[in-house]
Design a protein around this ligand. Structure first.
Ligand code: SF4
Length: 117
């Protein structure tokens, strides 16, 4: 028996033993995946009034950026086009590396905008 076959048997044995010991185990695994997806989309949304957000001029709608206050803003810039945005395609909100643990609007903007390359 090759080494890879042993690994496959071990994995199969593990799953069988899990199903024997924990009959609900087969249900728990898919729920765990759903939880990870849900937690990414239900994270607290960054509020523009939070200290960090306020200092960076974060807004949920890039078209409302105060261009006099933030002259670096250029039309077309938005979170969805920023290298710090980590949201999934099609999601309205997603994680941002600047706002750890919170989600920003895909159409938002802040002064830390950095275009994806
Ligand atoms: S760093 Fe980028 S993704 Fe994060 S809030 Fe600012 S513009 Fe949006």
């Amino acid at each position: 028996m090759s080494r890879s076959n042993r690994c496959e048997c071990s994995r199969r044995s593990f799953v069988k033993s899990l199903a024997t010991v924990l009959p609900a185990g087969l249900v728990v695994l898919p729920l765990g995946q759903a939880y990870v997806q849900a937690s990414a989309t239900t994270a607290k949304h960054v509020s523009p009034s939070e200290p960090l957000a306020s200092s960076l001029g974060y807004t949920e709608n890039a078209s409302t950026v105060d261009k006099a206050k933030y002259p670096t803003y250029k039309p077309g810039q938005k979170c969805g086009a920023c290298r710090f945005f980590q949201g999934a395609t099609g999601e309205q909100y997603g994680p941002c590396q600047i706002f750890s643990g919170e989600a920003v609007n895909v159409n938002g903007w802040c002064a830390s905008f950095n275009a994806k390359s």
